[in-house]
Every structure is written in C-alpha cells, then in structure tokens.
Design a protein around this ligand. Sequence first.
Ligand SMILES: Nc1ncnc2c1ncn2[C@@H]1O[C@H](COP(=O)(O)OP(=O)(O)OP(=O)(O)O)[C@@H](O)[C@H]1O
Ligand SMILES: [Mg+2]
Length: 260
Amino acid sequence: MKMKMAITGKGGVGKTTFSAIMSKIYAEEGYNVLAVDADPDPNLALALGFPKEIADEIVPISEMKKLVAERTNSTPGSFGKMFKINPKVDDIPERYCKEYKGVRLLTMGTVDTGGTGCFCPENVLLKKLTSHLMLQNKDIVIMDMEAGIEHLGRGTAQGVDVFIVVVEPGIRSIQTFKHVKKLAKDIGIEKIFVVANKIRNKADEEFVLENVDEKECLGFIHYSDTVGSSDRVNQSPYDSNEETVKEVKNIKQKLEMGVF
Ligand SMILES: Nc1ncnc2c1ncn2[C@@H]1O[C@H](COP(=O)(O)OP(=O)(O)OP(=O)(O)O)[C@@H](O)[C@H]1O
Ligand SMILES: [Mg+2]
C-alpha cells in the first residue's frame, strides 16, 4: 500500500499530534514513512519523540541558504535576479531528512513572503520539492501543514491521495474545514475527510456530526490529559496514551477503506 496524505485544519486543533501518531503507527507496521513538516512554525520532530538535541539541530530546507543558492543558481538575497526555476530536488529528501525510530522527517520551513505567491529562489525550491514528494513513488507520506491548502499548487495537490482536516468541536475549526473543502473541490480533489479531535463527550460528537457529513468523518479522538501533558514534558503523544493510539488506528483503518 502507498498513501500520501496532507493534514490540515485550524491552528491548534491537533494536526501535529495526529500526524505524529499516524506516522508512528505506519512505521511500527514496517512501512517506509516520510513525515513532512510543512508548517512555517515546525514542531513535528518533538511530537515524533525526537530527542530535543536532534530536534534543535534541524535546519529547515528553506533556511539552507547554500542549498537554495546552489540548486537555483542564485545568489543569496539577490531578489529580482535570474535563477533556475526547475531546480534538482530528487536527492533532497534522502540527504536532508532526519530519522528517528523508523520515521524519516523532512522539515520544509517557510519563506517570508509578506503575501502569497512570492517568486523567489526559496519558494521555487520548496514548491518543486513539495510536488516531488507528492508525485514520487514512496510508501507513506504524511504532510503536516499549516491551515488551508492555498499554498499547494494544482499539480501537487493532485498527487495527494487524501486531505484530512482536523477539527475540534467548535464552529470555527469546522468553518476552516468547509473552506478547505471548497478550495479542494475547485481544483478537482474529492478525497477530503475530517478527524474530530479533543472530543470530551457525546454532545461533542453530536455537534461535529451536525456540521459534518457522517461519511466524511473518519472518527473521533477524545480529549486526553496525558496527550495534552505529553507536549509539556516533551514526549511523543504516541507514547502517552494507548487509548488515543487505538482511536487513531481505527481512523487509519476507516481511511484505508475510504481511499481504496
Ligand atoms: N486529543 C487531545 N487531547 C488533549 N490535548 C491535545 C489533544 N490533541 C492535541 N492536544 C494538545 O493541543 C495542543 C495543540 O496540538 P497540536 O500542536 O497537535 O495542534 P496543531 O493543529 O498542530 O497546532 P498548530 O496550528 O500550532 O500547528 C498541544 O498542546 C497538544 O498536546
Ligand atoms: Mg502543528
């Protein structure tokens, strides 16, 4: 089985928590997992349980000035000059990812665009790399993104097998889901699902199902004090609560049934 999934949703809903647990479950099953931290404020390494010394050493691809310059044939900081728009990226995942307990992690970083669609060497490299990750023939790719999918080009988005929008029982994160769904439809993506996180009771589940079609909802993850505190003690949520991992395994099973 091969699967490329992009995880999105409103800020703070649990995208990174969910991405990390999914990555670890697939790795434990023996899959070749590439976790991609595509959030401008990267913290997937810690959620995957990377020791802090290793996590602290990670330099996002967009900040590797030499690499960006070399691949795009540009001079650092030379905005507006000519550069290569089709940089070589196929060796980057292997060379620059960090591995911990069977999960390889690639941290993308971000480009300070001051608006969308910046046409600068860093952005060109990141875009090409993202589409390479989605279109290549790898087992499991799990991309932890910032909210929205505007930053994914049409071609890249179509390499994604499934978009998962994490919501919590509240209207704001569900609004984000509806927005993402519309954007996805606009570019011809049909496979878009919801995972409802931080569920505390039946009323929370009902609230989600009043707002999200049951067929779209892959399942619920309950609020867990130990998952919450794993963030404070710098432990992977995967190691913090067996029940939560079980819930994510059920979601994974439903996802695989829905995608294939
Ligand atoms: N099921 C849960 N139970 C308790 N706490 C949770 C749960 N899921 C996530 N959290 C906590 O909520 C906070 C936000 O989670 P996380 O970082 O995964 O969200 P995010 O969507 O990736 O946030 P951001 O938008 O900042 O990237 C963290 O402190 C995390 O430990
Ligand atoms: Mg996050």
